[in-house]
Design a protein around this ligand. Sequence first.
Ligand code: HPA
Length: 275
Amino acid sequence: MDSRVKKIREAAAFISESIGGRTPEAGIVLGSGLGKLGDAIEAEAVIPFARIPHFVKSTAIGHKGNFIFGRLAGKYVCAMQGRFHYYEGYAMEQVTLPIRVMAALGIKTLLVSNAAGGLNPSFQVGDLMIIRDHINLLPNPLIGPNFAEFGDRFPDMTAAYDLDLIARAEKIAKKAKIPVRKGVYLGNTGPSYETPAEVRFYRCIGADAVGMSTVPEVLVARHCGIPVFGMSVITNVSNIDNASTVLNDGDDVVRAADAAADRMCTIFRKLIESL
Ligand code: HPA
């Protein structure tokens, strides 16, 4: 067996044993400061990433580093409180291992969230953005021999973000009177924030928000054929004029994400309910 597949199987077997062999219907990835949704889950098992074979340590701020298994809106789900980032120095295989493991456990849908910087000039701190597409400026996690048991060598990305899930989320937001934006998320490596020239460049190529995560996870989930819904919380707005008064800071990002987390949780909970 391919050593990468062996790692996935071993991690999945460890988790499966801890949750009595149950199959979560959906997987959720909770980004910086967005771990709150994890508290809304009636947890039946909390598994620290550090205990799972082949998982690396989550070092990012605002990331607890747990897998939570339990019920949310009547559905048995698993949620990652925190994630792994390429900027932490991990290989893409390590960054995306949890997605492969959730696929092996049998999830049918993946919901991803992140904290992102607003590029679209109309965006404000605290806005929620439904991700309708992405631009990948990170290394592609699918480089290397193809995992044929998971998916195709050249997976299609024309609807990487599931159109039906987007439509449902928009309906849910409207009904709950939660304003939402819709836009393109650009993933870059970080860990440095963008220069004003990069912000102008990213706007020109069609990005509405920028962050350092999510895209690798979505590529891997789509490779596995799992429908994806994504949402960004705009935690800071990007600056295009070198004004030293607008500085990006990791703690501000976590604070802004925390303030918006309740609205995002409402949408995620109702979306899960609708599955
Ligand atoms: N840039 C990149 N990643 C981010 C930002 C940003 O401005 N805010 C939150 N994550």
